[in-house]
Design a protein around this ligand. Structure first.
Ligand SMILES: CSCCC(=O)C(=O)COP(=O)(O)O
Ligand SMILES: [Zn+2]
Length: 195
């Protein structure tokens, strides 16, 4: 499968989970010459090959029609920040939106077997911090927040907005996204215990 096909499959999968409500979310994969990114405002349950634009690492469109994602410049900044990043998947879910508002300084994770799905982790018996950065409509500002919190090998949350998962490949990025979403659902569920 080409990385373009893998990306299209990942988008369809994320959308089928209900993680891209109301056109929310954007998705990209590094390719030769830059990265492929979703066009802005598209229904992510219906993305097709011609909804992907090729951009260079400065975010300039090289090929494709329509406007790139409103958050394309953040994807570009991530690819520039770390040459190991091969894929960026961004979703809007209830757990990530609520918890990133509740814990703007980051979300502690401890004792979950699922932590091992996050690259570099081999035990549940460790405390990880999932970073949260403030939201901004200015992608340069958002990218500066991300650089301040770097390194973040699996991704981060944007407060009141959603998850940005990163990975060296589309497959690793999918695994990070699914694990982060699972862990956040657990944290949200546990927060109900104390009520
Ligand atoms: C409808 S959600 C607001 C925009 C957003 O956060 C998003 O992820 C989708 O924007 P895009 O321009 O990539 O469609
Ligand atoms: Zn978004």
């Amino acid at each position: 499968m080409t990385s373009k096909d893998e990306l299209l499959t990942a988008i369809a999968w994320a959308a089928a989970q209900g993680w891209t409500p109301a056109t929310g979310g954007n998705f990209s994969a590094r390719v030769e010459g830059g990265y492929l990114v979703t066009a802005s405002g598209r229904d992510k349950t219906r993305i097709q090959a011609d909804d992907l634009l090729l951009c260079d690492l400065d975010g300039q469109v090289l090929k494709g029609s329509g406007k790139p994602s409103a958050e394309s410049d953040l994807h570009a900044a991530l690819y520039r920040l770390d040459e190991q990043i091969g894929c960026v998947l961004h979703t809007h879910t209830v757990a990530s939106t609520v918890l990133s508002r509740r814990f703007p300084d980051g979300i502690a994770l401890n004792g979950f077997e699922m932590q091992k799905a996050l690259q570099g982790n081999t035990t549940h018996d460790a405390t990880l911090c999932l970073p949260v950065v403030p939201n901004s409509q200015d992608m340069d500002v958002l990218a500066a927040h991300v650089r301040d919190a770097w390194p973040m090998p699996w991704g981060f949350l944007v407060a009141g907005h959603g998850i940005y998962a990163v990975g060296r490949s589309v497959a690793e990025c999918r695994r990070h996204l699914e694990a982060i979403e699972f862990l956040l659902a657990c944290v949200l569920e546990e927060s109900r215990w104390s009520q």
